[in-house]
Write a protein that binds this ligand. Structure first.
Ligand code: CA
Length: 235
């Protein structure tokens, strides 16, 4: 029996822009449109934030104090983050579009732009992401780096031995990050059998996975328990 359907959650936007008035305008409008927005005014702190939280899309200005938007884009990709990136360039920076796309940006928008245009681009990027493979080949959270294609997981650079079922569970959690996942649904979709009566299988594997990927397994911050309902992966 299929259980809960995936819950809609607000797409999370990482906004990297140093122009405060633009940050305010964009944040207000995006939040009004149902996005969750976090912003940073420089590349270094944006990279820190991107390693701590999962975002569905990034809006990245090219002209930033210190590290520029290109460098931030390249660094995000080198870390294996596959989120769509929309770059904001000034009208005079024609060459930036090419450079940005080559560095791994997905789209660009020239300043000044109409808000409606930005919203349309964001929606297109998110749609493309959702229709593609849900699981990134590579996913990083905390000190953990999971390479699903090669079935390799490392923590602070050291290999983490995972069973194939643990790897499968981790992949499913990553694919469905932010969603409430009931034990029934996990059994059904990760193990492939129905959950009647509810067995402890899921809990046992979650505990084992936590012991390998959580900074403090008794106070999990990535694979969190949703009381009485199941689990949720906060990347
Ligand atoms: Ca700027």
């Amino acid at each position: 029996m299929k259980t809960s359907s995936p819950k809609r959650i607000a797409p999370r936007v990482l906004l990297v822009e140093d122009e405060e008035s633009l940050v305010l305008t964009l944040s207000d409008r995006l939040e009004a449109e149902g996005y969750e927005v976090e912003s940073r005014g420089d590349g270094e702190s944006a990279l820190v934030l991107a390693s701590e939280r999962v975002f569905d899309v990034a809006i990245l200005d090219v002209m930033l104090p210190g590290m520029d938007g290109f460098a931030v884009c390249r660094e995000l990709r080198q870390r294996g983050l596959s989120l769509p990136i929309l770059m904001l360039t000034a009208r005079s920076q024609v060459v930036d579009k090419v450079v940005g796309l080559r560095l791994g940006a997905d789209d660009y928008l020239t300043k000044p732009f109409e808000m409606i245009e930005l919203l349309a681009r964001l929606e297109a990027l998110l749609r493309r992401r959702l229709s593609g493979s849900a699981a990134p080949d590579m996913f990083t959270f905390g000190e953990v780096r999971a390479d699903f294609r090669r079935a390799e997981v490392t923590r602070a650079g050291a290999p983490v031995p995972l069973s194939s079922m643990e790897l499968r569970l981790l992949r499913y959690l990553v694919e469905h990050r932010g969603e409430l996942l009931s034990r029934d649904r996990l059994l059904d979709e990760v193990w492939g059998y129905d959950a009647t009566p509810v067995s402890r299988t899921v809990d046992v594997h979650v505990a084992s996975l936590r012991s390998k990927v959580e900074p403090n397994p008794s106070h999990p911050v990535h694979i969190v328990t949703v009381h009485r309902l199941g689990y949720r992966f906060d990347g």
